[in-house]
Design a binder for this molecule. Structure first.
Ligand code: XMP
Length: 512
């Protein structure tokens, strides 16, 4: 086991995920509970995450001294490097300007982390995101890679097996980062392969049985892949103690509802209640334009409808949801640590305190592609598992400004044309997520000698592996113009189409 000590980075779970990819089990604990977790897990290695704080500020989070003296390997990332350097007798300076984005490292020394990977004299791309930096190294450390902006980019004390890096090996923009983490887990800590998706499935089934006992569970299906995978997994664990409730909030894409109902009732024979709550959701969204207000309303109403349904079904003690890690991290820090709220995600932000059901969230530590792998492991059809992600609040967060039935209908038509064209061009699987948004602005156009004054449709398509970072999909201009032409010609209410060219960060994938 590897223990990941969380200092509140937005991407701490990515570290755990990279460790899993190396076939090694890992758990995350906030720095405040690191010592307890250490006692319980008896890990063979520790990774210290990044975080938003500055070690130069009094009272900043620190590593329990005990862990530094436990005699096991430690790998510090960004804040983790700084805090380790600081506590071991080095020093850190507050940066007046940070360093963010791509950087190129020059390898200047040997290091166990580089086994079969990097050699002195080579240059490699990494991803930086930090303000402070280490100024003086503690005794025993040596620089093994540096960049023009980061003289201590990667430092190592091979004697104690302590490593520190200023860049983020856990993000995909550090192409060899996963391998550095794997080398730490396998070569430095000497852990044999002990984790796989098949094992995860067994482990979760056992956990679900233990948590639920002979209680009854209702599962919220949203139409997307996540809740479907959660439901199938839970059904495998507890059979017909599970009832699925599909709250159709009327904010779904074209034909989504019928697909879900068909799969569950037809294919799996899982008990399913289909609640048509479109009117209730649209009435509550009338006049609401603030993105967070929309998200909170939808999340809360979703839960309300469940509670009512749970009462009708009778005796449900648990509510199951397909919450994934990115939903959790962007709402509150997963581990109760100090990370910052970007969006209140549907599955989490709307939970009312008065909830009288306990939550079952078996996918809480997974990323999208891991959920897909689990879905395949569970035998879900490829075409279903491969569908693009769709957010819980649905079309409401793709219609900046007020959400109306009319706007939803217009957007569904545009979105369907866009996706039809993407499928036709054979690009669907190369894209993480593609969708249309409907803007509240109107612009002037001319069609058949008439003046038009209609709404603008935005098109978005991104590539990503986990939804945490994303790049814009580089369509051909001719592809985009043919989509634009079809949308303006075929969808009444839209007379202009634009393409969103923003990566994440600084943008987010959804517009709200
Ligand atoms: P953002 O817009 O935060 O989206 O860059 C990252 C990924 O999460 C999806 N998303 C959500 N999924 N409930 C969900 O289940 C939500 O409230 C929610 N908001 C965004 C989004 O579609 C993208 O895949």
């Amino acid at each position: 086991t590897i223990l990941v000590v969380d200092f509140g980075s937005q991407v701490t779970q990515l570290i755990a995920r990279r460790v899993r990819e190396a076939g090694v089990y890992s758990e995350i604990a906030p720095f405040t509970q690191a010592e307890e977790a250490f006692e319980r897990l008896k890990p063979k290695g520790i990774i210290l995450s990044g975080g938003p704080e500055s070690v130069t500020v009094e009272g900043a989070p620190s590593v329990p001294q005990y862990l530094l003296e436990a005699g096991i390997p430690i790998f510090g990332i960004c804040y983790g490097q700084q805090v380790m350097a600081n506590q071991l007798g080095g020093s850190v300076e507050a940066g007046d300007s940070g360093e963010f984005g791509r950087a190129f490292l020059e390898v200047v020394g040997e290091c166990t982390l580089f086994d079969g990977l990097w050699k002195p004299g080579e240059t490699h791309q990494v991803w930086m995101s930090h303000g402070d930096k280490v100024r003086a190294l503690p005794e025993g450390f040596e620089v093994v890679a540096k960049s023009p902006g980061a003289p201590f980019a990667l430092v190592a004390d091979e004697g104690r097996k302590f490593y520190g890096m200023q860049f983020h090996p856990e993000v995909v923009h550090t192409p060899d980062g996963g391998k550095l983490i794997a080398n730490f887990a396998r070569h430095v800590c000497g852990i044999a392969e002990d984790w796989s998706m098949a094992e995860f499935r067994e482990q979760k089934i056992a956990e679900i049985r233990e948590q639920v006992g002979d209680g009854k569970v209702i599962c919220g299906l949203s139409g997307g892949v996540d809740s479907a995978v959660a439901a199938v997994l839970i059904h495998e664990a507890i059979g017909d103690q599970l009832t699925c409730v599909f709250v159709d909030h009327g904010l779904l894409r074209a034909e989504e509802a019928s697909q879900v109902v068909g799969l569950f009732r037809g294919h799996y024979n899982i008990p399913l209640v289909h609640v048509d709550a479109e009117d209730m959701f649209l009435a509550g969204l009338a006049g609401v334009t603030d993105p967070e207000a929309k998200r909170k309303f939808i999340g809360k109403t979703f839960i309300d409808v469940f509670e009512a349904e749970a009462k009708t079904i009778g005796g449900a003690d648990f509510l199951a949801q397909g919450t994934l890690y990115p939903d959790v991290i962007e709402s509150v820090s997963f581990t109760g640590g100090p990370s910052v709220t970007i969006k209140s995600h549907h599955n989490v932000g709307g939970l009312p305190e008065r909830m009288n059901m306990k939550l079952v969230e078996p996918l809480r530590e997974l990323f999208k592609d891991e959920v897909r792998e689990l879905g395949r492991e569970l035998g879900l059809p490829d075409a279903f598992v491969g569908r693009h992600p769709f957010p819980g609040p649905g079309l409401a967060i793709r219609i900046p400004g007020e959400v109306t039935k009319e706007a939803c209908d217009i957007l569904r038509k545009a979105d369907r044309i866009y996706l039809e064209e993407i499928r036709k061009a054979g690009l669907y699987d190369a894209i993480w997520q593609a969708f249309a948004v409907l803007l509240p602005v109107r612009t002037v156009g001319v069609m058949g000698d008439y003046r038009t004054y209609d709404r603008v449709c935005g098109l978005r398509a991104v590539t990503s592996t986990d939804g945490m970072t994303a790049d814009v999909y580089p369509f051909d201009g001719s592809f985009l113009s043919s989509v634009a032409t079809r949308i303006v010609n075929e969808v009444k209410g839209i007379n202009r189409v634009v393409y969103d060219y923003t990566s994440k960060p600084p943008g987010t994938i959804e517009w709200e």
